[in-house]
Design a protein around this ligand. Structure first.
Ligand code: HSE
Length: 408
């Protein structure tokens, strides 16, 4: 039996305990030795709960116990998680975490410490919940040079947008349901404003491109400005609104962004609904590889953590090499990226049609009963910078959403 300790008994932590308890017999076969949860650390008490006899409030009990070989960090947030994880690694204990804030902020340093101590720092659950994507990038896809990653990386926002579109729920109703289902972050602003997806694309891009993508350098827009009218216009255009995260290497330059897009029905990401995430990884030789599955939630995320524990147990005295240099990867701004835009305008089409055509040439106009006092239009391909300059002169300009690919 390999002894482990679980730091945090919240949504994911209680899921980890449940998964290990439920699957203990098969985990014994898969690890060759079995997994014993020796401690659970939390500030709170859980009288009558299964973890009551193993609950501790003092991290030093875990740190100073040489029998604990693997520490599972599922507390979330940078501190005290960073301090606990760093101390654990320096003490020669393997660490498995679901904490994308920690990994995005300190990934290269923690991997380096693990390497120096011939142990492992594993973080599959930090991106895409149950979806295996970090391990494939580190192993199965290493033969090619990855040039692009693109996908839906946040379950909460995808759930909200799906419910608004399919059920007609309003934003707050959908967010409340996402929270009740355990998808959302403690502070859901991280989901809604795109910060969670930004950390995840920074982690994937760092692993794919090798150097460190600072999440703070990634252009980020969330979904808080998406209205019911936008959703209705998207439907009129045969599209769905999706929060897309992407990073690209093109002509030696690197780009990354998180923003809502109109995704046409012909695109594979159109059908990714609810809490599901999907991630495309593209290389010149592998072509497109797509990963799909539950992107959030207690048990799917816990399963990814426990799979890392299994890997750690199988490699107790062997570091699994991960290439993530601390050297910063400079990102180029997206102002020269060329794409179509959907634009929403308040007012009568007849009052500004000429101005719109003067600025954008031939456009496609669209209307919806959800927006009786306004209308929308779709531009041809235009550079972001040029679009931003021209749209300012449109009277009644009320918002814009980028379009993924082209509309049929
Ligand atoms: N809040 C995150 C999401 C949890 O909704 O995707 C999983 O990382």
């Amino acid at each position: 039996m390999v002894n482990i300790a679980v730091l945090g008994y919240g949504t994911v932590g209680s899921g980890v305990v449940e998964v290990i308890d439920t699957n203990s017999a098969s985990l014994e076969k898969k690890t060759g030795s079995g997994i014993n949860i020796k401690y659970v650390l939390d500030l709170r008490d859980f009288p009558g709960d299964r973890v009551e006899p193993i609950l501790v409030h003092d991290f030093d009990i875990i740190l100073n116990d040489p029998e604990v070989r693997v520490v599972v960090e599922v507390m979330g947030g940078v501190e005290p998680a960073y301090t606990f994880v760093k101390k654990s690694l320096l003490a020669g204990k393997n660490v498995c975490t679901s904490n994308k804030e920690l990994v995005a902020a300190h990934g290269p340093e923690l991997i380096q410490i693990a390497r120096e101590h011939n142990i492992n720092f594993l973080f599959e659950a930090s991106v895409g919940g149950a979806i295996p994507v970090i391990r494939p990038i580190n192993s199965s896809l290493t033969a090619d040079k990855i040039l692009q990653i693109k996908g839906i990386l946040n379950g909460t926002t995808n759930y909200i947008l799906t419910k608004m579109s399919q059920e007609g729920w309003d934003f707050d109703e959908a967010l409340k349901s996402a929270q009740e289902n355990g998808f959302a972050e403690r502070n859901p602003e991280a989901d809604i404003e795109g910060y969670d997806a930004t950390r995840k694309i920074a982690i994937l891009s760092s692993l794919a491109f090798g150097n460190n993508v600072d999440f703070e350098d990634v252009y980020t827009e969330g979904i808080s400005k998406i209205t019911k009218a936008d959703i209705a216009y998207a439907k009129e255009l045969g599209c769905a609104v999706k929060l897309l995260a992407s990073s690209t290497c093109e002509d030696g330059k690197y780009y990354a962004m998180v923003a809502p897009f109109l995704v046409p029905a012909s695109h594979p990401l159109y059908a990714v609904n609810g809490v599901y995430n999907a991630i495309f990884v593209n290389g010149p030789q592998i072509g497109d590889v797509m990963f799909y599955g539950s992107g959030a939630g207690k048990l799917p995320t816990a399963c990814a953590v426990v799979a890392d524990v299994v890997d750690a147990v199988k490699h107790l005295d062997k570091h699994i090499y991960t290439f993530w240099s601390p050297e910063k990867l400079p990102l180029t701004g997206t102002e020269n990226a060329t794409r179509s835009f959907f634009v929403r305008v308040n007012g009568k089409k007849s009052d500004c049609e000429d101005k719109i055509r003067e600025q954008f040439g031939s456009v496609r106009f669209v209307s919806t009963a959800e927006d009786p006092d306004g209308f929308g239009f779709v531009t041809d391909l235009v550079a972001e910078k040029v679009f931003d300059e021209r749209v300012r002169s449109i009277p009644g300009f009320a918002g814009r959403i980028r379009i993924e690919g082209t509309l049929s």
